[in-house]
Write a protein that binds this ligand. Structure first.
Ligand SMILES: C[S@@+](CC[C@H](N)C(=O)[O-])C[C@H]1O[C@@H](n2cnc3c(N)ncnc32)[C@H](O)[C@@H]1O
Length: 448
């Protein structure tokens, strides 16, 4: 784990060492620390090695060479360690971060709020450009890392505060609010909370920029869903823009579903930058130019490389046949690269404590939030994450009691799907109970 007991002066010196190494020998630096480059052992000058070892950034190998223990992102002169090494927070090189940094590049220095600062990159880049910065995060461990990086870069004066989204800045206003909230399953609701509550924290002439993923159904464009949320802002006189984030890396994150005939509930997703300015009264929306397409096919006619979805009785028959062949120990042949409905027959529970449930937060065109492609509306875009979670938990508890899950033999392998259509609840439970051998095998195929 990164040494957190280093003083700011020690970290500033370490930063100078690392910057010198990166400038003098970029290839060696990359081999040790670059998050996107292949890593390997390198030889190091003893004095540099001692300093890096003191902060637990490197380890000595048996042959006397060194290997990097952390990923460090370079941005010009500044360096960002991307993880502490033990606790939950781990950052990556995300297109969303870069989209926020682009906004920062075009902004005049003022009061900046960085919500969910992570490794601190947005806050530190802002402070280095003369902004007066408040940086928040839900996790104290993320703030330890952000403070560490600030000292490493000799950047002072950032006001770090712990807390949920905008709670640490109640009643305060900023010229620029930048955020790329967590998403993935139920966390998707966080980005909606920011869009609902964020504009109230803008000073006159201010700007909120949210880099995020948006999901939508069918081929009608990404914004049917968020329009319900953005339209009231626009009606209140705000200028709202939604633009796709173009990124060379991880292009496959931007996917649109392609189908020969409509299949209810299929969801496409893409990264967007949403900006809201309190005045201007306009709504500008751009679609991704040519997003990569993911092929989806009902399981009944899946082909290799397609993503399968279980939406009809034929699909259920095909699924039963697949489970029977797995039960018999047969090679199932061409399984789809990803089973869209993997969560329903996978290892993870539909609703679980913490962040681990498979249920998500998909926006529909009317501003409703559904937990998955098959689920009904359980919350609204204007609800908080806590409200969405409570609604899911209540449903899960009801289903648990109704289905008799406590005494069920399938407890160990059942995902307790709340929305098993086209199976009804009794048929779903029967399938789960009958699949004690096959389902764990399917889990391994779906989530190797
Ligand atoms: C995707 S990272 C973004 C980090 C950084 N701002 C960037 O753009 O690269 C999301 C951050 O939000 C934080 N976070 C998650 N839930 C939060 C919440 N409820 N309130 C505040 N921050 C939260 C995470 O700890 C993480 O640091």
């Amino acid at each position: 784990m990164l040494r957190l007991d280093r003083s700011p002066a020690q970290l500033a010196r370490l930063g100078d060492r690392l910057r010198a190494l990166a400038a003098d020998d970029a290839a060696r630096f990359a081999t040790l620390f670059d998050p996107l480059a292949p890593r390997g052992p390198v030889s190091l000058d003893e004095a540099i090695a001692r300093e890096l070892l003191g902060a637990a950034l490197v380890a000595r190998l048996d042959d006397g060479r060194w290997r990097g223990l952390h990923r460090i992102r370079r941005r010009g002169e500044r360096l960002y360690v991307l993880e502490l090494g033990i606790v939950e927070y781990r950052q990556d090189v995300w297109p969303e971060t870069d989209a926020l940094l682009d906004v920062l590049d075009g902004a005049r220095a003022g009061r900046l709020l960085d919500v969910g600062t992570g490794c601190g990159i947005v806050a530190i880049e802002g402070a280095a450009r003369g902004h007066r910065v408040v940086a928040t995060d839900l996790y104290p461990s993320a703030l330890w890392l952000a403070r560490w990086n600030a000292a490493l870069n000799r950047v002072e004066g950032i006001d770090f505060r712990v807390g949920h989204l905008l709670e640490p800045v109640r009643g305060e206003r900023f010229d620029l609010v930048l955020t790329a909230p967590h998403y993935g399953r139920v966390f998707d609701q966080l980005r909606l909370e920011v869009l609902v509550d964020g504009p109230a924290h803008l000073a006159d002439g201010g700007l909120l920029a949210l880099a995020t993923q948006l999901e939508w159904e069918g081929e009608d464009g990404p914004l049917a869903a968020v329009e319900a949320l953005l339209a009231p802002l626009f009606r209140d006189g705000a200028a709202v823009t939604v633009r796709p984030i173009e990124a060379a890396e991880k292009r496959d994150w931007f996917t649109a579903v392609r189908v020969d005939e409509p299949i209810a509930g299929l969801v496409s997703h893409a990264r967007f930058l949403v900006t809201v300015a309190p005045s201007g009264r306009s709504l500008t929306v751009e679609r991704p130019a040519d997003p990569p397409r993911r092929r989806c096919a009902p399981l009944a006619r899946f082909s290799p490389g397609a993503t399968a979805v279980i939406s009809t009785d034929d699909d259920v028959s095909r699924l039963r046949a697949l489970l029977a062949s797995l039960d018999a120990g047969e090679d199932p042949g061409a399984l789809p690269a990803a089973l869209l409905d993997g969560c329903r027959f996978g290892e993870r529970s539909c609703v679980a404590d913490g962040a681990d449930g498979a249920a998500g937060a998909i926006l529909d065109a009317a501003g409703g939030v559904r937990p998955c492609a098959h689920g009904g509306v359980v919350a609204s875009a204007r609800d908080s994450l806590a409200t969405l979670r409570a609604a899911l938990r209540a449903r899960a508890e009801e289903a648990f009691a109704r289905r008799g899950c406590e005494r069920c033999a399938a407890r160990a392998w059942c995902s307790r799907c709340l929305f098993p259509a086209p199976l009804d609840e009794a048929a779903y439970c029967e399938l789960m109970r009958a699949s004690g051998t096959a389902l764990p095998r399917l889990h391994r195929l779906l989530e190797p």
